[in-house]
Design a protein around this ligand. Structure first.
Ligand code: MEV
Length: 432
């Protein structure tokens, strides 16, 4: 990667940006030609992706400046509509890269499939029997999907959970079997669903219970990704605040999100501002990631901050983020959507673990940017600067007018739609 070509991308126009990515050896020429033409998803492909398709609903795809992750630089593609997200990611990436970058830890990629049983006559006995017949159940699961087994994956373990009846919630007792399945490079929903459905009759027979369903669990507590960064206070100074003050206020902001669910939701939304756009650009299922992440945030019984910010012995600020991140590099729409393939080439990741490392780091970066702004000048100033173009477009500005209206708007005290409309009128009538 030739990073020198990537400076001040935001000052270039779209074609110049694409050319810069080619010069920096991030984007192959062929991709650049296609991007210059516009849309990524051919109508014919879209038509085969879903039922009753009538159009492709497009989002802007941008790139965040290089992230230094585990010693390697990545320019990160992000599909997102919120104006400030890529700017915030880029600004955090710059500071954290200067501080040595992100270190990540991706331990397992084990997915979970559930079979829920009702009306089990003797729960304790059923549990015992299921463990006695564990190998047989796993064999049955693996025989239903031989290709994943051939590649080294498959159902590797099984656990049984007993969920008691709850009078207050009006729920019956459930006996739940979890299959622990290695889906290798895939997120694996189809593999998992095939396996759990295949073992339903076997476990019904063994327990004398009634299988209600077999389905993947998107709460992937055995597929966790962690990113850590460590930032010296010399890189944290902002406006009237010293680096040490910014550090302390970020730590306090994190404690606020640990203590209060109302704040935690917004804090975690800020983290997902980084995660979702990369998950989407990579062609993965962002609803699955969202659902799992928020359940993980509530694992203590209270919904809390997903990240943790603390002070190191030498005074550095340490950021830490762990989330369930069952993304894949194959399967689903990844092979089908040209945008996902493009993201793969831009990121140049080799496997799903590397993709997890990138995504969790972007989440932590986004959280850092939000907290840093919130505890210093507030987010509105930066947001409104970036929002100016959207306002200009909403006011009806076209082509060159958009930049002209946005530039004038940034100088106004009241940056709103009414001001944008007034500026546009003045420009059109030659007053500005
Ligand atoms: C806005 O999209 C995200 C923030 O609200 C996140 C946060 O409050 O931490 C700025």
């Amino acid at each position: 990667m030739e990073k020198s070509f990537l400076k001040k991308l935001y000052l270039k126009d779209r074609v110049e940006r694409i050319n810069a990515l080619v010069s920096a050896r991030i984007l192959p020429e062929k991709d650049a030609e296609r991007l210059k033409k516009g849309s990524l998803l051919p109508q014919e492909t879209a038509d085969h992706m879903i039922e009753n398709q009538i159009a492709a609903y497009e989002l802007p795809l941008g790139v965040a400046r290089p992230f230094l992750i585990d010693g390697q630089d990545y320019v990160v593609p992000m599909a997102v509509e919120e104006p400030s997200v890529i700017a915030a990611a880029s600004s955090a990436a710059k500071i954290i890269s200067l501080a040595g970058g992100f270190q990540t830890d991706i331990q397992n990629r084990t997915m979970i499939g559930q079979i829920a049983l009702l009306d089990v006559p003797d729960m304790a006995e059923a549990e015992k029997i299921l463990y006695v017949h564990k190998e047989e159940i796993l064999k049955q699961a693996n025989e239903s999907h031989p290709s994943i087994v051939k590649r080294g994956g498959g159902a590797k373990d099984l656990i049984v959970r007993m969920i008691k009846a709850d009078e207050t919630a009006n729920t019956p007792p459930f006996l739940v079997i979890h299959l622990h399945i290695e889906t290798l490079e895939a997120m694996g929903a189809n593999i998992i669903d095939t396996m759990v459905e295949a073992v339903k009759p076997v476990v019904e027979d063994l327990t004398k219970g009634r299988a209600l369903m077999g389905i993947i669990s998107n709460y992937t507590t055995k597929c966790l990704a962690t990113a850590v960064c460590r930032i010296p206070v010399s890189l944290l100074e902002r406006g009237i605040y010293s680096g040490a003050e910014v550090r302390d206020r970020i730590i306090e902001a994190c404690k606020f999100a640990i203590a209060d669910p109302y704040r935690a939701v917004t804090h975690n939304k800020g983290i997902m501002n980084g995660i979702d756009p990369v998950v989407m650009a990579s062609g993965n299922d962002w609803r699955a990631i969202e659902a799992g992440v928020h359940a993980y945030a509530a694992r203590s019984g209270q919904y809390r901050s997903l990240s943790n910010w603390t002070m190191a012995d030498n005074g550095d600020l340490i950021g830490n983020l762990t989330i369930p991140l069952p993304v894949g590099t194959v399967g689903g729409s990844i092979a089908v959507h040209p945008g996902a393939q493009l993201a793969k080439r831009i990121l140049g990741y080799q496997n799903a673990k590397e993709l997890e490392s990138i995504i969790v780091s972007v989440g932590l970066a986004q959280n850092f940017s939000a907290l840093k702004a919130l505890v210093t000048e507030g987010i509105q100033k930066g947001h409104m600067r970036l929002h100016a173009r959207s306002l200009a477009m909403s006011a009806g500005a076209k082509g060159e007018e958009i930049r002209a209206v946005a530039d004038k708007l940034k100088q106004r005290k009241n940056m709103d739609l009414a001001a944008a409309k007034a500026i546009l009128e003045e420009i059109r009538s030659g007053l500005l």
